[in-house]
Design a protein around this ligand. Structure first.
Ligand SMILES: *Cc1c(COP(=O)(O)O)cnc(C)c1O
Length: 398
């Protein structure tokens, strides 16, 4: 048996490969430098152009760009009118922001468990957790694929609940032929460097609902409006006059970030195709390994795959997840674990959440790893990941 690098053997790779990274090229850099040489660093035309391009791309009537995906979730909550006394249902297997946004506005977070095969929030458990205080559901597109949105939309309609889709990981994905961003009442996106396309830090909120569309724009810009139709006193003092009609925030995106995002958007099909190719190779090769279980696809989802997760069958292995993770790291494959269930964090524990709340999410968390996937990976990189996995699993299998 081949000696693992962690025990002094030769590693598969000497340079480490991480689970995700951006792809910035000269065209992107020129787009940014053009803006830096121009008149507007912020509050200029690029942000508007970007909003229109994203609205068009996802098929939504309204798009507001904002500072990041967390700000996007915060203003989605505000626009939806979520506040003190309300409950918001979300999944624990997500980045903390999906739940924190409810706390920002004084609401209570209720965690619904995941489906143990797709890892997406389980509509049946959502329904069990609904009370007369439930105001919104934050459905997270974990790994880039949507949950069973047909069922979740049906539940929302039945109980008069607002559906907010956290699409931070799914910009470019579709569900039943419709792009994420045009399906839920409100959808939020992130453009952090590991996401589909990036502008460093950035976010967007999209909707087809007229009232939400206007409120989202307001909350991202201090609650200030220049629109006479929304003003109380207009027309008033003169052309400089504007009004603050809500308590909003400065969640603006800059023009040079918007220019970068517009440049990235041109390449999204290329990014998706490469991710699809990698997924195909992983699916084919890794499904042959009995010690690994793969994430099941959501029916009807055409996924811009953000994360590729493997679940170790620890009953068939003589190692812990930590040992497999360390061994892979020594081979040059730097995996990541997405995610520690949100309510396990000390902050949530302090609020009274207890372990055991969502058994499926906890079981899945115990044995998963996100392996590298990003469009800049070449065939050798992909092969190195597969070779390393086979090497480590061969070593540890019972
Ligand atoms: C990345 C991410 C966020 C937060 O986005 P930021 O731009 O980093 O603020 C929120 N939810 C999910 C599911 C994410 O993956």
């Amino acid at each position: 048996m081949e000696k693992l690098a962690i025990f002094g053997g030769t590693p598969i790779r000497t340079s480490k490969i991480g689970y995700g990274r951006q792809w910035i090229d000269d065209e992107d850099i020129k787009a940014v430098s053009d803006v830096l040489n121009g008149d507007y660093l912020t509050c200029g035309p690029k942000v508007t152009e970007c909003e229109q391009a994203i609205a068009k791309y996802v098929g939504a009537k309204y798009c507001t760009m904002c500072a990041n995906g967390t700000a996007a979730l915060h203003i989605a909550m505000l626009a939806a009118g979520v506040g003190a006394g309300d409950e918001v249902i979300t999944t624990p297997l997500t980045f903390a922001a999906s739940a924190n946004c409810a706390l920002y506005v004084g609401a209570k977070v209720v965690f619904a468990d995941i489906d143990k095969d797709t890892y997406e929030v389980d509509p049946d458990d959502i329904e069990r957790k609904i009370t007369n205080k439930t105001k919104a559901i934050v459905s997270v597109d974990f790994t880039g694929q949507t949950a069973n949105l047909d069922k979740i939309i049906e539940i929302c309609k039945k109980h008069n609940i607002i559906l907010i889709e956290d699409g931070a990981q799914s910009f470019g994905s579709s569900y039943e032929g419709k792009k994420v961003g045009s399906i839920a009442d409100i959808t939020t996106f992130s453009f952090h460097p590991v996401k589909s396309i990036t502008c460093g830090e950035g976010g967007a909120v999209t909707t087809n609902n007229d009232e939400f569309g206007k409120r989202i724009a307001l909350f991202a810009r201090h609650g200030i409006t220049h629109d006479e139709k929304l003003m109380k006193e207009a027309p008033h003092e003169g052309p400089w006059y504007y009004e603050q009609i809500e308590l909003g925030y400065n969640y603006r995106l800059t023009d040079f970030q918007a220019a970068l995002l517009l440049s990235q958007l041109k390449k999204i099909d290329r990014f998706k195709n490469r991710r699809d190719e990698i997924v195909k190779i992983y699916d084919e090769e890794l499904s042959k390994i009995p010690e690994i279980k793969l994430q099941k696809y959501t029916e009807g989802s055409d996924t811009f795959r953000h994360l590729y997760i493997i679940q170790l069958d620890l009953n068939k292995l003589k190692c812990t997840r930590r040992q497999a993770y360390d061994a892979l790291s020594a081979e040059g494959i730097q995996c990541q674990i997405h995610y520690v269930p949100v309510y396990w964090f000390p902050y949530y524990e302090k609020l009274g959440y207890k372990k055991g709340l969502c058994p499926n999410a906890e079981n899945v968390y115990d044995s998963i790893m996100s392996i590298p996937i990003f469009p800049l990976m070449n065939d050798k990189d992909v092969n190195d990941v597969i070779m390393s996995l086979k090497k480590v699993i061969n070593y540890y299998k019972k």
